[in-house]
Design a protein around this ligand. Structure first.
Ligand code: AMP
Ligand code: MG
Length: 366
């Protein structure tokens, strides 16, 4: 166990107090010295280390308990630094950078020599992102400009959307945790691969396929994103791990709201009688209808941003309360819904049922 320093940096936009600025410089020194610092971003908390130092990458894998063939995203603070970590930058990447950076978009590009294979999980490509969170940007600058950072959770747990979850998973394992409040978006960045033509989305996120298409024209989608088994390996190595899994067994229930509610209540009654603790992930509209041990709302069905922001926190809460069975409502897969359903399907190990009348149909794909 190491001693983990926990600090809070609120800032005012991108203006920091004297003490906060001092703390950020101290955090930057830790990173430059090969240490690890967890920090807030607009998506989820990141676990940062110097992206150009192979020893830092190895420490990140050890702290997370993550397989070292799962590459890390390199975070930068200036658009032009993309040219430094990528061996070759296609014009499409510059256009995307101008349109969406700083922001929740990660681009996969050919790797430059200076980025060690430890950071890229042995790949000849590198994933690059410029976050918009002011604390993240200042920290990256203080830490030398190139910070490798996966999500700051233990491998197998939901990504942390709040500092208290980072503390739960990482206290005693890293040098410093910066509490900068709750993530605005709550789901990891969109990953788009620009080494293929047309560019391909490897992980859906806040920046949707529609938004990318407006800048790039045709954009394809890795077929493994929303299907249970396409017979293909996902192209983002990390997507093959079942890494958004809650501890309870989770099922997504699709169909008309009334049927969904009826089905979940019947299942919950049956399983509670068997001694299970049952949790339900619903929405503001349906919440009063459910009877279970723990019923949580993601927000209004009309408000996809709220749904995205609350999902991981609810999954963690179910773990904390030792829920053994989880039922979730299903969502449309347009726009941000694509990212929401991708994460839900992974959490559920692709278990989806559609009640029809009082029977049910297994539906492996959405
Ligand atoms: P996380 O940092 O926890 O959001 O995970 C990083 C994600 O980016 C994982 O799913 C990785 O597999 C993916 N990734 C990172 N680098 C690459 C790359 N060079 N090519 C494809 N996927 C990548
Ligand atoms: Mg992760």
């Amino acid at each position: 166990m190491m001693n983990t320093k926990i600090v809070t940096i609120k800032g005012q936009g991108d203006v920091f107090s004297e003490t906060e600025e001092q703390t950020l410089r101290e955090a930057g020194e830790i990173l430059r010295g090969g240490g690890l610092v967890a920090f807030p971003t607009e998506t989820v908390y990141g676990l940062g280390g110097d992206a150009l130092n192979p020893a830092s990458a190895r420490k990140i894998y050890a702290a997370k308990g993550r397989p070292s063939d799962n590459p890390l995203i390199v975070h930068i603070a200036r658009l032009e630094d993309m040219e430094d970590v990528a061996g070759q930058v296609p014009e499409a990447a510059r256009r995307l950078g101008r349109a969406f950076w700083p922001g929740p978009l990660t681009m996969v590009l050919p790797r430059a020599e200076k980025v060690p294979k430890e950071t890229t999980g042995g790949l000849e490509t590198v994933a690059v992102r410029m976050p918009s969170h002011p604390v993240a940007r200042r920290l990256i600058a203080c830490g030398g400009g190139y910070i490798a950072a996966p999500s700051a959770n233990l491998s197998g747990r939901p990504s942390p959307t709040s500092a208290r979850y980072v503390i739960e998973d990482m206290a005693g394992r890293i040098d410093m945790i910066i509490d900068g409040g709750d993530g605005e978006i709550g789901l990891e960045s969109t990953i788009v691969d620009l080494t293929v033509d047309p560019p391909q989305i490897l992980r859906p996120g806040y920046i949707t396929r529609e938004m990318l298409s407006q800048v790039l024209g045709e954009v394809s989608l890795d077929q493994t994103i929303l299907t249970a088994d396409s017979g293909q390996a996902p192209r983002a190595p990390g997507m093959k791990y079942r890494h958004y899994a809650p501890r309870g067994e989770m099922t997504i229930v699709s169909g008309q709201v009334a049927e969904v509610v009826g089905y979940i209540n019947a299942q919950a009654a049956r399983e509670r009688a068997q001694g299970h603790k049952v949790g339900v992930i619903g929405t503001d509209e349906s919440l009063p209808e459910y009877q279970a041990d723990l019923v949580c709302s993601l927000g209004s069905r009309q408000d996809e941003e709220s749904i995205a922001r609350h999902l991981y926190g609810i999954l963690r809460r179910f773990d904390d309360e030792q829920v053994t069975r989880i039922y979730s409502e299903c969502f449309d897969t347009m726009g941000l819904g694509q990212a929401i359903m991708n994460r839900l399907l992974k959490a559920a190990g692709h278990r989806v049922v559609t009640p029809v009348g009082n029977r049910e149909r297994q539906s492996p794909d959405i």
